[in-house]
Each structure stands twice: as structure tokens, then as C-alpha cells.
Design a protein around this ligand. Structure first.
Ligand code: ASP
Ligand code: MG
Length: 408
């Protein structure tokens, strides 16, 4: 007998027939002799609609009420799925996060889970019942309802899998798994059978959004094997797990493109100790999320510093830089939001060389200019013109023959 956490996303619960189908999957696993914990997201576009409604009422909805509002979507799903299980003769109960003791901090709309009380869910499991938990939500110490950030049901599922030491956390969605690249852009993209937590984290921060980032961090920390799979087919999905030696045989696991960043440069900065700290300090103070940082070699005592930031943060970043320019006597501030970041990721890079050269060559042959480069142990990223983004992804996918590497 195993313990399996099954999480169903919004598209898998869109209407009553989908809900019944999800219930059938749950029942099958239960009838095969396993214990099951189910986690659900809101149906279809429910969360977006609830947010939109709030902003129709006011430009500045209170975050406490916003969380309480949007968390209802998951509650609806949990009740309906539980009823579907009852109709199939299964014992099941729906739960809110408060009812099963998912305690978070009080940072509304982006709360972090602090503790989960295993008692109530443990009882349910022991009695042979199937708990169906509303994902995405928690309660803080004052019993206020919180939410875990968009896509947070993934994190609920992985957290429960960690607490109950589940054999696997299955994430049911509308794609077959994690792909070597975005199949909407690269026709040759293939479903991966396995990848490591670190590869998933790097791919996710490079623009491949399949799972909430925090869910993967959680899975890594507690070593929870996660399978991403489709609720519309019976194909096995992609396993995301701890790194094993053989994973290094594949040099590049996947390629991704991020189109939501912008570049900002401060020119003619006096080149002296403490300047980089000063620049980054001002950016951090505003809570702006920076990705790449490049400082040029200086000429005549002056240098340039370029950062990439989330495109939605560019306006604020420009304000910060303009202020800094005056304070430190820099020459100018320039920005460009028509950029894209293309990345290749693979734990095999640790033991293989020549990856960067191959990537740069592939881009050069396609006439694509590289504006910035950054690397980590298992990732190489290049900033390029937004117009070339899709083509860059295709040529890089081809250069590394990712369509062949997928099943290794
Ligand atoms: N319903 C929430 C959202 O749309 C949480 C989730 O789907 O995981 O972000
Ligand atoms: Mg989701």
C-alpha cells in the first residue's frame, strides 16, 4: 500500500464531466489499495475572474479580503470533487486549509507555509476516507485566510506530500509533462521522462512554467518525487526527482525562453569600490527582482552596469537609476524592454565542456546577436532581441538535438 497525493489543476476540473473524470482517477488509485490525498485548484478561470471582480469594485482591494475572496474558488472544486467521489461509492471529505491546520505567515497573496498539523488528515486516512483539500490557501495565526501566490495549489500538494511522506505527488494538468522546450514554439519539442529538481528550477526561472517555483523548491528540500502528467490521457508524465549520476549523461536537458524581462543600463559610473553594492542596494530596497548583472571593464575610470529586471518592474527600476545617476554622478540611464532571454539547462554541463560554444555558434549561424551572457553551473543564458526569440529557441533546440535527448 502506498500513499499518493494527486493534485488537479483548473483545466482538469473545468466542468462536471471533467470533475467526474478526475474522481474516477482518484477512485482507481484508492481501489488499487493506496491511500490518497487530493488537492484541487479553482475551476477554469475562476481565480482570474474573482481577481477581476475585486478590481472592478476598487483599484485597491484590501489584501485580506482579496485572499478570502480568491480562496473560494478552490473550496468550490473541493466540494464538487468530493461529491463526485461519494457518487462513486467512495468515502471522502472536503477540507479548507483552516480545517486541516495549514498554518502560514500573514503575508497576504504570497504567504509561506510554516507548519501543517498532520492530525486531522491522518485520521481521515486511517479511516480509509479520501481527504480532498482546497489548494492555494492557508490560515495565519489569527485565523485569517491567506493564499500562497498564483499557482500555489502545487505548493499545497507538495507540502502535504512532504508531511505525509507520500510515495509520489502527481500533478495533473493539461499538458503531458515537462518538455525539452515550449511545444507551441518548437515543433520538435519532446516530453522528458525525468529531470532533476535543479534542472526544473532553472528551467522554471528561464520561462518554462509548469509548476509553481516554490513547489519545486519544497519538493527539493524534502525530496518529494513529483510527476507532472495529463489528466486527459493515461501516458506516464515527467518525473522530477533527486539528481542521480546517469542524469549527467545528458548535457542539455531543455531550452527555454523568457520574454518578460527588460534591460536597464547605467552609464559612466565612477569605477570605485562600493559602487556595485550601492547600485544593487538601491534596487533591492525597492524589492525589485533582478536576474542578470553585468559590469563592464572600465575605461578612463568610468564603467557601465547593466541589469535585467522583470518587465513589470522596469518603470520603477528607471526611477531608481535616475535618482542614483544624480547621487553618484553617472552619465546616463538607458533601457530596452524588447529583449528576450534564451537559456539551456542541464546537470550534464558540470561534467561536459563546449556547451557555451555550441550555443553561441548556433545563434551566430542564425544571425542572432548576443547582448548579454550569464552562466551558472547548470545553465547558460543569453539576452537577445525579442524579435529573434522564437527562432533562437528553435536553433538551439536543434543544435543540442534535444528531440533525441528527451527519453534518456
Ligand atoms: N487557483 C490559483 C491560481 O489560479 C491557484 C492554482 O491554480 O494553483 O493561481
Ligand atoms: Mg497551476
Amino acid at each position: 500500500m502506498g500513499l499518493i497525493v494527486q493534485k488537479f489543476g483548473g483545466t482538469s476540473l473545468a466542468d462536471s464531466s471533467h470533475i467526474k473524470r478526475a474522481a474516477k482517477r482518484v477512485a482507481e488509485v484508492k481501489r488499487a489499495g493506496n491511500q490518497v490525498i487530493v488537492v484541487v485548484s479553482a475551476r477554469g478561470q475562476t481565480t482570474d475572474e474573482l481577481y477581476a471582480l475585486a478590481y472592478e469594485i476598487t483599484d485597491n482591494p484590501s489584501s485580506r479580503e482579496l485572499d478570502m475572496l480568491v480562496s473560494t474558488g478552490e473550496q468550490v472544486s473541493a466540494c464538487l470533487l468530493t461529491m463526485a467521489l461519494h457518487a462513486m461509492g467512495e468515502e471522502a471529505s472536503a477540507f479548507t486549509a483552516g480545517q486541516i491546520g495549514i498554518l502560514t505567515d500573514s503575508r497576504h497573496t504570497k504567504a509561506k507555509i510554516m507548519r501543517i498539523d498532520p492530525q486531522r488528515l491522518g485520521q481521515e486516512l486511517e479511516q480509509g476516507s479520501i481527504p480532498v483539500v482546497a489548494g492555494f490557501q492557508g490560515v495565519d495565526e489569527q485565523d485569517n485566510i491567506t493564499t500562497l501566490g498564483r499557482g500555489g495549489s502545487d505548493t499545497t500538494a507538495v507540502a502535504l506530500a512532504a508531511v505525509f511522506k507520500a510515495d509520489i505527488c502527481e500533478i495533473y494538468t493539461d499538458v503531458e509533462g515537462v518538455y525539452t522546450s515550449d511545444p507551441r514554439i518548437v515543433a520538435e519539442a519532446r516530453k522528458l521522462s525525468v529531470l532533476s529538481y535543479d534542472e526544473m528550477l532553472e528551467l522554471a526561472s528561464s520561462g518554462a512554467s509548469v509548476l509553481q517555483h516554490r513547489a519545486v523548491e519544497f519538493a527539493k528540500k524534502y525530496n518529494v518525487p513529483v510527476m507532472v502528467r495529463s489528466s486527459f490521457s493515461d501516458f506516464p508524465g515527467t518525473i522530477i526527482s533527486e539528481e542521480v549520476r546517469t542524469m549527467e549523461d545528458v548535457v542539455v536537458r531543455g531550452a527555454a525562453v523568457e520574454k518578460n524581462e527588460a534591460k536597464i543600463t547605467i552609464r559612466g559610473v565612477p569605477d570605485r569600490p562600493g559602487i556595485a553594492a550601492r547600485i544593487l542596494g538601491s534596487v533591492a530596497e525597492q524589492d525589485l527582482n533582478i536576474d542578470m548583472i553585468v559590469q563592464n571593464i572600465s575605461a578612463e575610470g568610468l564603467t557601465d552596469v547593466t541589469l535585467t529586471v522583470a518587465r513589470s518592474d522596469l518603470k520603477e527600476a528607471i526611477e531608481v537609476f535616475e535618482k542614483l545617476k544624480k547621487e553618484i554622478g553617472a552619465r546616463g540611464v538607458e533601457s530596452d524592454e524588447h529583449i528576450a532571454k534564451i537559456s539551456v539547462v542541464g546537470v550534464g554541463m558540470r561534467t561536459h565542456s563546449g556547451v557555451a560554444t555550441k550555443m553561441f555558434q548556433a545563434l551566430a549561424e542564425a544571425g542572432i546577436n548576443i547582448q548579454m551572457i550569464s552562466t551558472s553551473e547548470i545553465k547558460i543564458s543569453c539576452v537577445i532581441d525579442e524579435k529573434s526569440a522564437d527562432e533562437a529557441l528553435r536553433v538551439v533546440h536543434k543544435a543540442f538535438e534535444l528531440e533525441k535527448a528527451a527519453t534518456k
